[in-house]
Design a protein around this ligand. Structure first.
Ligand code: CA
Length: 156
């Protein structure tokens, strides 16, 4: 029921991302639609995978308990993936986004002075696939490592 209410609340803003909003029968354990977004810690690590062919959209949500800066670092195991990462408010407004840049060790989303509330993280792949790690941190820039060897140089 809660998911249904959330879906209705978000539908006007996210219809472009969730054309099947309301069809919860196929949700399963998937994270491909905003209403089935999986929780992530405001300070922590999260691993998942996106694939442009069969898992192109991942949604996570993070609960901000008091106004603060949020930093999100994205480490893609496959630097050649074409992907975009973004942060949305609970009302579906984009706070910040960036395209993955294969030249960088990580992609950074920096959202200063976020008000209390729930925010949604969107990872979407347009070409290729990759496992990725999100390192999140409130208040200060997180460590620059994904903590799992994900940032070691890849063979060409
Ligand atoms: Ca996924």
């Amino acid at each position: 029921m809660y998911e249904r209410l959330l879906c209705l609340a978000l539908l006007p803003a996210v219809v472009a991302f969730a054309p099947s909003c309301g069809d919860t029968s196929a949700a399963g354990a998937g994270d491909g639609e905003i209403q089935t977004a999986l929780p992530m810690e405001p300070n922590g690590l999260l691993d998942d995978r996106v694939d442009a062919d069969d898992d192109p959209d991942d949604w996570k949500f993070v609960q901000v308990d008091q106004q603060d800066d949020l930093f999100l670092l994205f480490f893609f195991d496959n630097p050649r993936i074409q992907a975009e990462v973004a942060l949305y408010t609970g009302a579906g407004n984009r706070v910040v986004s960036t395209r993955h840049d294969a030249a960088n060790e990580y992609d950074l989303l920096q959202a200063p002075s976020l008000a209390e509330g729930r925010y949604y993280v969107h990872v979407t792949a347009s070409s290729g696939s990759s496992v990725y790690t999100i390192r999140s941190s409130m208040g200060q820039m997180p460590l620059m490592s994904s903590d799992g060897g994900n940032t070691e140089p890849r063979p060409e």
